[in-house]
Design a protein around this ligand. Structure first.
Ligand SMILES: [Zn+2]
Ligand SMILES: [Zn+2]
Length: 347
């Protein structure tokens, strides 16, 4: 999806115009995640069973109808699933679970941990399980969690709440710096691979340089070996932005939260010419998505969630986004601010 190599493989489950659902796979750990839960019928059971974490932007039906499929696939396996979402998500998941009869399940066979994110930054977390009391009301057991957790492969998660006439959560995945071993240096030093490589990578990751590391009975300076043998791959990040209106309140939050050079997956529901429809539906146009990405100093922008009214012209919509993004990325921040102001006044 992006030219920059991210440590996650991403696929738009329903293409650029179907229900929002993105399957992310971490090749290093074998874990999967889902960004939104529109229809997921085309995902295999094998892929769905890799998913332990689901990030929901909001529960408009096109973003949440796939919950039942995830639930269905998971029943025989009884794995715990973690869900993040906007205010009300605990009740939404509870409502879905209560919609079925579960009298033959083993106690605690269904286990969901649901994190409800609020504008103040507070997180309300609840566990929803089929209880050992033999009833399946899925009463939430609340507990305190002070920060959003980590995703697979040491990926940090950040969230922000945007407005779409309802709170919508946008997500930023921050991938850690990686240290790759240079094979030619390994050969040159006549070292054979072993658990010491992981120790060296951990030391580099933690910024530890003092002292030595012992390999095959011989001591090496930690600092010198890290410098010579490990190639640091710079940290990268990915933002998922969908379903919000083009307003300074939203744009400022995005600008503040996104690191520079972030790869962005964003909605661009409408073409520039249809900006009044975007205003009406609290969505973005191609121009607006590109303005936000350029203003946030994004490295790349991929858009989706195109309106179905553009049948057969999806390439035109995608092309419009990319030409705006190229144009705006060359502009200084002051000009972009003015362009955003003008776009808001145009509204
Ligand atoms: Zn939507
Ligand atoms: Zn929506």
């Amino acid at each position: 999806m992006f030219s920059e190599k991210l440590p996650i493989d991403l696929s738009l489950v329903n293409g650029v115009s179907g229900d929002p659902a993105i399957f992310g796979f971490f090749p290093r750990t074998g874990d999967g995640i889902l960004l939104d839960l529109g229809h997921i019928d085309s995902l295999s059971n094998k892929d769905l069973l890799k998913v332990r974490t689901v990030l929901i932007s909001h529960t408009h039906i096109d973003h949440f109808i796939g919950f039942d499929r995830l639930l269905r696939v998971n029943i025989p396996h009884g794995r715990e699933i973690e869900i993040y979402g906007p205010p009300g998500i605990i009740g939404n998941v509870q409502g879905k679970l209560r919609g079925y009869l579960w009298n033959l399940l083993e106690p605690d066979q269904l286990r969901f941990t649901v994190h409800e994110l609020s504008k103040s930054g507070d997180i309300l977390t609840a566990r929803l399980t089929n209880s050992s009391r033999g009833e399946s009301r899925f009463e939430p057991e609340y507990f305190v969690s002070e920060s959003v957790g980590c995703l697979p492969d040491e990926t940090k998660l950040e969230t922000m709440l945007l407005d779409h006439a309802t709170p919508v959560v946008a997500y930023v995945l921050k991938f850690p710096c990686r240290y790759h071993v240079l094979p030619e240096v390994l050969n040159e030093l006549r070292l054979s691979p072993g658990p010491w490589i992981r120790q060296l990578q951990v030391a580099a990751h933690n910024g530890r340089k003092e002292g030595d590391i012992e390999i095959d009975g011989k001591k090496y300076s930690l600092e010198k070996l890290i410098k010579k043998l490990l190639n640091p791959i710079k940290p990268s990040s990915l933002a998922y932005l969908t379903d919000f209106s083009f307003a300074w309140d939203n744009i400022k939050i995005i600008k503040k939260t996104l690191p520079e050079c972030c790869a962005i997956i964003s909605e661009s529901n409408f073409k520039d010419a249809d900006f009044s429809k975007a205003l009406d539906k609290k969505h973005l146009t191609t121009r607006q998505a590109a303005l936000i990405a350029a203003y946030s100093k994004a490295s790349e922008l991929q858009t989706f969630h195109f309106s179905n009214t553009y049948t057969d012209t999806f390439d035109t919509v995608a092309g419009e986004v990319q030409s705006f993004f190229k144009e705006f990325s060359a502009e200084p921040q002051m000009t972009l601010k003015k362009l955003i102001d003008q776009e808001i006044t145009r509204i």
